[in-house]
Design a binder for this molecule. Sequence first.
Ligand SMILES: Cc1ncc(COP(=O)(O)O)c(C=O)c1O
Length: 362
Amino acid sequence: MTADSFPLERTSRPLPDDERSAILADPGFGKHFTDHMATAQWTPDAGWHARGVGPLEPFTLHPSAAVLHYAQEIFEGLKAYRHADGSVWLFRPEANARRFARSARRLTLPELPEEDFLDSVAALVRADAAWVPAGGGEQSLYLRPFMIATEAFLGVRPAHEVRYCVIASPAATYFSSGAGGVTLWISTTYTRAAPGGTGEAKCGGNYATSLAAQLEAQAHGCDQVLYVDSAEHRWLEESGTMNIAVLTSAGELVTPPLGTILEGVTRDSVLALAADHGLTAVQRPISVDELAAGCADGTITEVFAIGTAAVITPITRFLGEGVDITVGDATAGKTTLALRKHVLDIQYGRAADPHGWLRRVV
Ligand SMILES: Cc1ncc(COP(=O)(O)O)c(C=O)c1O
């Protein structure tokens, strides 16, 4: 990954060191942003152009900009990790670049070449390297590439002016090892995706429509929603921002198949690591009935959610209309925590990386 294709214009007003240090001491999630952003623009005639990294600043958009009316928008989420020796690494950024291209195709946005995606992210991390939290803990620099339709017009058609941007935000641990698991609400009121829809794409619209389901989950005292399929309200799909998997007493790690869910980079990584934990990775539909029966008779031993933000989060209970399922003894499972540690250890350079997933940027 070279940064040359996204030349840096350094801000003349970076946040003072002491203020940045205070933020890094307690970054939270998505609350603070670094000094710079990477951008590029697209038109049908010029293709991708105006690449660069410059000061983080607000956009100016015409009030008729297509993204504001028709939600022609996609995004990604990945992290930069500082290792103990001070170096900074990305985890499988090519997988995010490819998913970004797939999302672009679904939203009829121009595909950003994989090289531009990787270069822009690397250039921003290098410009804001001081913002990558120290290694040793579980903090990271969260990176948010996104693409919006900026053309000013009213009418439903693909926009002819598009902007790509990457912003970065220091992120704290989402979940500390040993903490209890989360409770998910199985919503039958709302569904996230249907065949032929946008479930596989990472587009803002999917998240706008998820807010009502999330509030429904919270109203029932749950941490997050678990979506089931739209046709039968029977098959597990995924959580609000994470994929899910169950472990069985037969030594299987089972996760719902692709189709209407987001193809998670962490999900794919966990499937690849399953064998190291004596597990057979299986992708097949899991019904709510199977989940309830399996948790009751012990054939389902652990359940967890998988995603970049929280890595792996134990799920210890499910609630829904007429549904109350407790997983195991309602505490974080041993294998769940071992898988979680394994992924984190690779990301932070504490374990071998036999799959070659890490890319050094600093
Ligand atoms: C709906 C949804 N499912 C799953 C995931 C997990 O994907 P990843 O592991 O690539 O972060 C995310 C997060 O991006 C998500 O928003």
